[in-house]
Design a protein around this ligand. Sequence first.
Ligand code: ATP
Length: 350
Amino acid sequence: MTDGFQELRLDGVSRSFGGSDALADLDLTIRRGEFIALLGPSGCGKSTALNCLAGLLPLTRGSIWRDDTRLDTLPAERRGFGMVFQNYALFPHMTVRGNVAFGLRMRRLPRAEINRRTDEAIRLVRLDEHAAKLPGQLSGGQQQRVAIARAVVLEPSLVLMDEPLSNLDAMLRLEMRTEIRRLHQSLGLTTVYVTHDQEEALSMSDRLVVLRGGRVQQIGTPEQVHTQPANRHVAGFMGYRNILPMRLKEGSVVEGGGLTLRGTKVGEIAAGDAVEAAIRPEDIHLAAHPGEGIEVTTEVVEYQGREVAAEVRTPGGVLLHLRTDRALKPGDKAELVFDPDRLLIFPEGD
Ligand code: ATP
């Protein structure tokens, strides 16, 4: 990379529209070479954060720094960032080569350098055989690769990607995930990647920033966010499909809906407090022997290849989602065992 910065820092970055905060007090230090995912449901402020960083949206409060240089007062084109969006915005009348070389030409670089860097970028995204084609002659995934090549050819200090894969079909998305990750590794690109897809964020990023209602809920590695979600909202977003209103009995035992379960407390909770107990479908198991678990009746079963996803109900009326490799059918009785390390107990309504 041309730019030898160590870190990018967002200090209390906030943006409001008509008096309400779309993004509030985002503090984040992005280390050089890091892949950061901004994750959260629609409207949580991901694109606002990215656009603030890019310089497409002025901040309401806060500042952005590249080492000791203040960036938020600089216009977008002087920040030296590359951008890749979901609609690739390629020039339709230019070939792949023309599209990739465009930014270099605008910079009036020597022809030989333009040719060398363009060839290299096209090779990196594996489009050598398609270099002479027009965007209209390419698949969606190939077009997205052109958009990526066009951004990286300028050797930006930071690449910003806003849901770049959301227009692609499931197979291509998987392929492009690996592709982007590979590019990131081989070029050491510092990347900020916006997505609402938790799997995408978990599989691609070094760290995730989980947003909700414009506020950071948690910043951590994929493993931290996946196994130790900071609150029930992050848990819900990370696949803890069972979130049960219960009450803390004592220690780490909760009860409610006729169930008494042992779990792991997250945050300050006292005996008698209302809580929400969260567990993933894959962390509820079927008891190996009769009499060992909580009895349930199977209601709905979805075939998912090696496993089934089942909805079951306890005698107390609690509906639970689980996954199992046992061939459950609607009406079947089963007994469930919960892993206490995986049943997280959150204060209610945080
Ligand atoms: P999505 O995944 O749907 O793009 P997002 O997480 O990127 O969502 P933002 O686009 O950042 O969310 O929007 C955050 C909030 O700010 C939303 O409530 C949105 O309605 C509001 N907002 C965004 N841009 C504007 C704007 N130009 N004018 C008014 N409100 C806006």
